[in-house]
Design a protein around this ligand. Structure first.
Ligand SMILES: Cc1ncc(C[n+]2csc(CCOP(=O)(O)OP(=O)(O)O)c2C)c(N)n1
Ligand SMILES: [Mg+2]
Length: 365
């Protein structure tokens, strides 16, 4: 488990990422032992594999014209599975839009996720997930909500409750990021800011996003304990998040984790990354793939042999297909619903927009 000494050793100003296993999954220290049981580690691996399978299938549903859009999670799964294991029922999850495994762990169904990306707002009406906000597309806007929720939890005297708030590297250039950090720090709000630094904001590389040596140093400026972590190292992420939650719920205020990772897929299904990044860069990061590394550790530690992996993937695919088919059978929402809930009587301008849209759809409601 992380401690203050380790935090000092990894002061973000030193620009060294906290890491426990190498690219092959071999522990960097001979004396290090995971704090998780073999069973928990294997479960984490299967969750990671499930997220990857569902994510790849989501891209293929979109390619088949069965879903409008989708932001791939490929390569970032260790962050989501580790965070899912640390997040408790009573904790809040404040998402951006690229944390699939963390949403599933909170109790969101794949059917809801597919509905959302099919453009049906029922996908945001989570039936089981407790204390989770809907996906936030306006970049970084969710962070001010997260700090507000953290403040409210503290004000209401809720114990043992933290807010897990996600943002991308690009989002750290938004004013909302800085306002949220400042507010949470000043009010000791129990917020864990998880910055998924996947090296790109659509086509803008990190070096054009900031002159800071990393993103974690920005937390230090607000006097928020902050740690740069190898986001493709499941164990390092689990350790950092466990520490961050302990810190937040102890009343010491927020914590920031910069999870250094790589968006191995496209930004969304409307993007073509070959236009702005090189094969070499993609291949270098493929060596650090989180699934490959966790599998390497499991083999090295003799926990499992993976003889049944193909069967497991086939079973996952069947389950994912069933969820997608259920989303396809879900009633479509009506155009009226888009306009219905804000006003008792629709203002003229919205009447005009609704009319124009009805005409555009050729009278289809
Ligand atoms: C306020 C705002 N500006 C611009 C956009 C368009 N946009 C959508 S995603 C994105 C890039 C986000 O990059 P990052 O924060 O690194 O997250 P990532 O997509 O890499 O996970 C932009 C600019 C938006 N959704 N909201
Ligand atoms: Mg990014």
């Amino acid at each position: 488990m992380l401690d203050q000494n380790t935090l000092d050793k990894y002061n973000p100003i030193k620009n060294k990422a906290y890491q426990l296993i190498d690219d092959e999954g071999i522990p960097l220290s001979k004396t290090w032992q995971p704090e998780l049981s073999d069973k928990q580690i294997l479960k984490a691996y299967e969750d990671l594999l499930f997220e990857r399978t569902a994510d790849l299938m989501a891209v293929s549903y979109q390619r088949q014209g069965r879903m409008f859009t989708y932001p791939p999670n490929l390569g970032q799964e260790a962050i989501h599975i580790a965070a899912g294991m640390i997040t408790r029922e009573q904790d809040w999850l404040v998402p951006a839009f690229r944390e699939l495994g963390a949403w599933l762990a909170k109790g969101v169904s794949l059917q809801e996720i597919f509905l959302y990306f099919k453009g049906n707002e029922d996908g945001s009406r989570f039936q089981k997930a407790n204390r989770m906000l809907p996906v936030s597309v306006p970049i970084a806007s969710q962070l001010v909500h997260a700090s507000g929720i953290g403040y409210a939890m503290k004000y209401q005297g809720e114990k043992d409750t933290a807010v897990f708030a996600y943002v991308g590297d690009g989002g750290t250039s938004e004013g909302d990021f800085h306002e949220a950090l400042n507010f949470a720090a000043v009010w000791d709000a129990p917020v864990i800011f998880i910055v998924q630094n996947n090296q790109f904001a659509i086509s803008v590389p990190l070096k054009m996003q900031t002159r800071s040596i990393n993103i974690a140093v920005k937390g230090i400026a607000y006097n928020i304990p902050s740690l740069l972590v190898d986001g493709n190292d499941f164990f390092a992420m689990h350790d950092a998040l466990a520490y961050a939650r302990k810190h937040a719920v102890s009343g010491k205020g927020p914590f920031l984790i910069e999870a250094r990772t790589f968006r191995s897929g496209a930004h969304t299904t409307s993007d073509d990354p070959t236009k702005y990044r090189s094969k070499e860069e993609e291949e270098a990061w493929a060596q650090k793939d989180p699934l490959k590394r966790l599998k390497g550790y499991i083999l090295h530690a003799g926990i499992a042999s993976f003889d049944q992996e193909e069967e497991l993937i086939a079973q996952f695919k069947k389950q994912i297909d069933q969820e997608f088919e259920a989303a396809e059978k879900h009633p479509e929402y009506k155009l009226d619903d888009v306009f219905a809930y804000m006003y008792a009587e629709l203002p003229d301008e919205l009447k005009r927009q609704k009319n124009a849209y009805e005409n555009f759809l050729g009278g289809v409601k």
